[in-house]
Design a protein around this ligand. Structure first.
Ligand SMILES: C[S@@+](CC[C@H](N)C(=O)[O-])C[C@H]1O[C@@H](n2cnc3c(N)ncnc32)[C@H](O)[C@@H]1O
Length: 324
């Protein structure tokens, strides 16, 4: 994600903006749902594309929502902000009395507002309480709470699966040893220092040794991969025929779910290939209700990555609901 003020004073630039607009085609007018409004960059471009577009912008971070609402106030009632989890999309639209969106966008992951905050614990660049909740007003457990409660094995699995960190076991052991010695990890600095020590010295770190562990914990704290498949099904179900669904992911596990779900809704069976070879009946519910618009995921070009290094892992996928 781009910084609100691009780090060095450049304006906030949403990831894959041109490509997102190409696939969403907001110039058609109608209702669009931005499920992850963040700083409002994509929503702004949608609203600017035609006076006939309206946007419902959802975010579970009220700070992001306030910032987006200020930015988008110039569009008056064409923009409506909703503080919620996008996995409740159906309930949200029903409560607003809205239906038949022509486009649904989800730009997953963490925003610059969160990552560049010195107090919310997303980044080891600032010494802060180890929180990492996208919705700090919720009753969800913080990252510090998780590290205090979870068994060593589970901490290791989180760090390995969500962070792809090969020192996961050792890091988990050190975390648990520290809490057993009466020194639970409660701040970003404590965690970053512990990981750096556990991972050992290496001459050429490409990234800070704690990067992967921080990413893994953030995904676990916010349960970012939970119910994503159901969310895709809901979004597609709610779209009007001809409507577009666009998703940008930043993590291979997230992108794998998106790829599978789009293919399933395009009618390609996603059952285990062995059972398919043995002629078993399809149980994944594959049904052709969309056409996939991106054969391969769309990724940022070099100039975007140069301007916004945080965009480098972005992958965009899109589909169009068939007119049945
Ligand atoms: C990558 S940023 C979006 C940036 C936005 N497209 C822009 O142009 O500024 C992701 C945003 O999604 C929000 N978010 C992540 N998961 C969410 C969920 N399950 N429900 C609602 N919002 C979520 C985060 O709080 C964050 O603000």
């Amino acid at each position: 994600m781009a910084a609100p003020l691009g780090g060095r004073g450049a304006p906030h630039r949403p990831v894959l903006l041109r490509e997102t607009m190409h696939f969403l085609a907001p110039e058609r007018g109608g209702l669009f749902v931005d499920c992850t409004v963040g700083l409002g960059g994509h929503s702004e471009a949608i609203l600017e594309s035609s006076n006939e577009t309206r946007v419902v912008g959802i975010d579970r971070d009220s700070a992001a929502l306030s910032s987006a609402s200020r930015r988008l106030a110039k569009f008056g009632e064409r923009f409506r902000a909703v503080h919620a989890d996008f996995r409740e999309l159906k309930r949200i639209l029903t409560e607003l009395g809205e239906r038949d969106p022509v486009g649904v966008l989800a730009d997953l992951g963490v925003s610059s507002l969160q990552f560049d905050s010195s107090t919310r614990g997303f980044s080891f660049r600032f010494d802060a309480p180890l929180d990492m909740r996208m919705n700090p007003e919720s009753d969800d457990e913080s990252a510090a709470d998780l590290l205090l409660r979870l068994p060593e094995e589970e901490i290791a699995t989180i760090i390995f699966e969500y962070g792809e960190e090969r020192n996961s076991r050792r890091i988990a052991r050190w975390i648990v040893e520290s809490r057993e010695q009466g020194k639970p990890i409660t701040t970003t600095k404590e965690l970053a220092d512990l990981v750096a020590r556990a991972a050992g010295k290496r001459k050429n770190w490409q990234i800070h040794p704690a990067t992967r562990t921080f990413q893994a914990l953030r995904i676990a704290v916010n349960r970012e991969l939970e119910d994503l498949a159901r969310f895709v099904a809901t979004a597609i179900d709610l779209l009007q025929p001809g409507g577009r669904f666009v998703v940008i992911s930043f993590h291979s596990l997230e992108d794998r779910i998106m790829k599978q779900e789009l293919r399933r809704h395009a009618g390609y069976c996603q059952c285990d290939s062995r059972s398919r070879l043995q002629g078993a009946t399809c149980t994944c519910g594959a049904r052709r209700v969309v056409e996939i618009l991106t054969k391969r995921p769309v990724v940022p070009d070099d100039s975007e990555i140069d301007a916004n290094p945080r965009s480098r892992s972005a992958k965009l996928r899109a589909c169009r609901k068939l007119i049945s």
